[in-house]
Design a protein around this ligand. Structure first.
Ligand code: NAP
Length: 495
């Protein structure tokens, strides 16, 4: 196979140079389908984090003073390089993360899309001009960079999620210290190499590697980091938010989901079936927007269940580089055991296991688990409440739209949601009443486009959105500017 990664050791990228960490430790980057070693990475420590933060501040002045349209040119060039290397990056990503090649191509495409979108912001960066309550006074707002930002990302979108954060942050003029997930550092490294090749000045972005609990925590705690942009689990997000509160550090969180698909009795079942299979088992269920709850009307439940079982049992597990594969491995042994334990929890809770449930390796040595369906699931069971982050879906029966929406809302998360119905009123009720950052009508829970805001409510986040017109807001401060040209002291609210 072309583009097979060559095993080598990577050190840290600080101040525009590859530099050894202060520790003797390394960790390995493993292909989850074959358990081959792809690369090894040096582990950073607090001193390395401090060096990276200093380097980012040193580069910040020049970069933040570079006009935004010129900053954007770096992104335009990076987008072109990403396009040229799309296939190479996609193959590497399938090796590093496991998802099938069509999906890793999509992951790279999403990075290209957000890079172009953010580059366009270089010529917008819109503030507001408005009126003043006083004569001869001009009022406006301008967007300013925050400073040096700590970026911490998960492994399930190894290039798209880093790009969602880096590109808007860079075009807005910030300096960056980034810690990618330890399961997928290689793709982030490739993205940073591309940015440097595209002309990003040294030090604007710095890359450190190592465990979240030590290296990520050191970044969170560093007093000169002005903001943390984090995507990952609810547990880690809560901890980071608590720590950032101690220093009044700004923090934006994109966390987990327990995303529902509602299938009403008037739904196009063919369409709903495709949506559920894609939503539940695409990316082996390892998407924050994965459909893990199917809330199905009792009038169509039996027919839908029979058809879903047949489609699910026909899915082929395997190496994502094989074009015949539908479902790749899960990311690592820990995740495999977690999913297995949730399948046991579902059984213990009294849900009925319809299909799947086994850890298998179809002629491979990787982390494979069968696509799994539970039925007779009650909304308050743990398998219907907690994020499993694997190919496990729960069918919950309802008798009408009120109950469907109540069940959809009965979790601590609120990221994505979907309803299949032919009734326009039901669709609009779902849009209005489902507590989620995203609602799809007659489409699965996955499929975000970069020019729309992305994020969730309740336990999914803290009110920020990424991408879309919100992308720049996450990485800028708003300054209000008053220009008084009256030549006298004017007092707002008093004169
Ligand atoms: P995670 O365990 O929270 O890890 C995410 C990142 O945080 C990794 O880089 C991790 O480093 C680091 N980390 C862990 N503990 C840390 C700490 N104490 N301080 C600072 N950093 C720390 O999540 P994950 O398992 O990688 O990702 C899956 C989760 O991400 C799911 O909950 C999924 O729903 C969520 N997700 C959300 C979105 C969204 O946009 N809402 C998108 C994708 C994924 P290590 O890799 O070294 O552990």
């Amino acid at each position: 196979m072309q583009y097979i990664a060559v095993m080598r050791e990577y050190n840290l990228f600080i101040g525009g140079a590859w530099t050894n960490s202060s520790t003797d430790e390394t960790f390995e980057d493993i292909n989850p389908a074959t358990l081959d070693k792809l690369a090894s990475f040096q582990v950073a420590n607090r001193d390395d984090v401090a060096r990276a933060v200093d380097a980012a501040w040193a580069a910040f002045k020049l970069w933040s003073e570079t006009p935004a349209p010129k900053r954007a040119m770096v992104l335009f060039r990076a987008a072109r390089l990403l396009e040229e290397r799309k296939e190479e990056l996609a193959v590497l990503m399938t090796q590093e993360m496991g998802k099938v090649l069509s999906e890793t191509r999509g992951d790279v495409q999403e990075a290209i899309d957000i890079t172009l979108y953010a580059a366009g912001e270089g010529r917008r960066m819109l503030g507001e001009t408005t009126t003043s309550e006083l004569k001869d006074k001009f009022c406006m707002t301008v967007l300013q960079p925050i400073g040096v930002i700590g970026v911490i990302t998960p492994w399930n979108f190894p290039i798209a999620i880093p790009a969602w954060k880096l590109m808007p942050a860079l075009v807005a003029g910030n300096g960056i210290v980034m810690k990618p997930a330890s399961d997928t550092p290689l793709l982030t490294l490739k993205l940073v190499e591309i940015l440097m090749e595209a002309g990003l000045p040294p030090g604007v972005i710095n890359l450190i590697f190592g465990p979240g609990e030590t290296v990520g925590a050191a970044l969170v705690h560093h007093p000169d980091i002005r903001a943390i942009s984090f995507t990952g689990s609810l547990a880690t997000g809560k901890w980071i938010m608590g720590e950032c509160a101690q220093d009044m550090k700004r923090v934006s969180l994109e966390l987990g989901g327990k995303n529902p698909i509602i299938i009403m009795d008037d739904a196009d079942l063919d369409l709903a079936l495709e949506g559920v299979v894609w939503g539940a088992f695409g990316t082996t269920g390892q998407r924050c927007t994965a459909a893990s709850r199917v809330i199905v009307h009792e009038a169509v439940k039996d027919e839908f269940t029979t058809r879903l079982m047949a489609r699910t049992q026909a899915l082929r597990l395997g190496n994502g580089l094989d074009p015949k594969t539908d479902v790749g491995p899960v990311i690592n042994e820990r995740q495999l055991r977690k999913i297995e334990s949730y399948i046991q929890i579902g059984r213990n809770e009294g849900a009925t296991l319809l299909t799947g449930g086994n850890v298998i390796s179809p002629g491979l040595s990787g982390y494979f688990i069968q696509p799994t369906i539970f039925t007779a699931v009650e909304s308050d069971m743990r398998i219907a409440q907690e994020e499993i982050f694997g190919p496990v879906v729960s069918l919950i029966s309802i008798s009408g739209l009120d109950e469907a929406i109540e069940v959809a809302n009965a979790t601590r998360y609120g990221l994505s949601s979907s309803i299949y119905t032919r009734d326009i009123a039901s669709a609009f009720r779902a849009i209005n009443e489902i507590e989620a950052g995203i609602t799809y009508i007659n489409s699965s829970t996955i499929g975000a486009e970069v020019h729309l805001s992305f994020g969730g409510v309740k336990g999914t986040g803290n009110g920020f959105r990424e991408a879309g017109t919100d992308a720049i807001k996450e990485f800028t401060e708003v300054k209000a500017v008053y220009i008084d040209y009256s030549g006298k002291l004017q007092k707002a609210q008093i004169d």
